[in-house]
Design a protein around this ligand. Structure first.
Ligand code: XIL
Length: 372
């Protein structure tokens, strides 16, 4: 049993606590909104997007790579319509998607993306006609034996002619050959294409492409295309292609990181390509928060966001500096909720490489690159 005194003290304490709670909730200043949240609020009041800051006339087309399912996703569609005027199929125009079985072409998903782009007045980049990945094994087989060079080249020509004819007048630019240059000491990647055909497969691919649609812009596309050694090899290949008027541009994939590449790598390589009188397009931009495959998974902290914002700022400054030659910048994904980097180079390691977060809100990096 409590004594009377204790009861009084307890009641008093309760009273004081109650007053405290009431006065506290009255006097508490409203929670200060972060700078980022303020900008997101402003962003939500406006309808300007990337393509309004980077107009094609003054700068370049702003593109994005998507799976066909995004066309049915209202939130994604709204974001795409606001920011982008160019579309790439992330997978649906690759060989294994379009011609999984010899002579059987399947355009369902690719056409879905094309219709979406046309309905929204977006340009369409074709990706890609000839690559060592996502190509069916039948292309290199003849029964139980390895196919001859003649047979492989004939299949290559048939694929390119059929596909480009199907998309004629719709796809304005094609990545004709993707990733044919070696990362090591060889000139060319030791792919089945190269091992069977030598470098002729590259020239033949571009010849077939030029013939199939003379109005399409033809690109050679590769990653680490700003690397000093690799860019020299790519440059030499472009010279050969230029000699036959087979190439219109270099696609630099742009799978970069928060620290790579340094500005001088970008400037030197861009100047090298510019000297050829061809267009430059960044075709697959994303900025990994990891600098190597051995780095452990991490959260998207403020420090990481700042690093990434600084990297995006550097990259877009370079693109603007070369605006006479850079004709397109395409992101490899819409937002951080869907990125191939979650599974490359490490399966299941979450990455945050794009300008929009997992809820499709703009990140600090977005505000940085539109502020120039
Ligand atoms: C990637 C896609 O994003 C993935 O969905 C797919 O599983 C593998 O290919 N270079 C390229 C792109 O040229 O086609 C690749 O796309 C990423 C690397």
């Amino acid at each position: 049993m409590l004594t009377e005194n204790k009861k009084v003290i307890l009641l008093l304490l309760l009273f004081v606590a109650l007053i405290g709670v009431i006065s506290c909730s009255k006097e508490d200043p409203p929670v200060e909104k972060s700078e980022l949240q303020k900008r997101i609020d402003e962003y939500n009041q406006s309808d300007k997007g990337l393509k309004d800051y980077y107009t094609p006339d003054e700068y370049f087309y702003m593109g994005v790579a998507i799976p066909s399912s995004f066309v049915d996703n209202t939130a994604k569609v709204n974001l795409m319509k606001r920011h982008f005027n160019s579309i790439t199929a992330e997978n649906d125009m690759k060989w294994s998607s379009l011609q999984p079985v010899e002579g059987t072409f399947n355009y369902v998903n690719a056409d879905k993306i094309v219709s979406f782009a046309e309905a929204n007045e977006m340009k369409i980049r074709g990706h890609c006609l000839c690559w060592h990945n996502q190509v069916p094994s039948w292309v290199f087989r003849d029964g139980d034996a390895t196919a001859s060079k003649e047979l492989v080249l004939q299949r290559l020509r048939t694929h390119i002619t059929t596909v480009m004819t199907h998309f004629k007048g719709k796809v304005y630019a094609w990545d004709v050959v993707n990733e044919a240059i070696d990362d090591g000491s060889s000139v060319y990647r030791s792919s089945q294409w190269y091992n069977i055909c030598g470098e002729d497969f590259i020239l033949e691919a571009f010849r077939a492409a030029r013939e199939a649609d003379p109005d399409a812009k033809l690109f050679y596309n590769d990653y680490t295309a700003i690397d000093a050694t690799k860019s020299t090899k790519i440059y030499n290949l472009l010279v050969k292609l230029k000699a036959e008027d087979l190439v219109d541009g270099i696609g630099l994939q742009g799978h970069w990181t928060v620290s790579y590449p340094a500005d001088n790598l970008i400037t030197n390589a861009f100047n090298k390509y510019v000297s050829l009188g061809i267009e430059l397009q960044i075709t697959e931009l994303d900025v990994s928060v990891y600098t190597s495959g051995s780095e452990a998974e991490k959260d998207y902290t403020t420090a990481v966001a700042q690093q990434q914002t600084a990297a995006y700022e550097r990259y877009f400054l370079a693109f603007r500096n070369f605006k006479e030659n850079v004709t397109g910048v395409t992101f490899w994904g819409v937002a951080d909720d869907h990125t191939w980097l979650d599974n490359f180079p490490v399966a299941g390691r979450k990455n945050y490489p794009l300008l929009f977060d997992e809820n499709l809100n703009p990140k600090q990096a977005y505000f940085e690159i539109i502020d120039f």
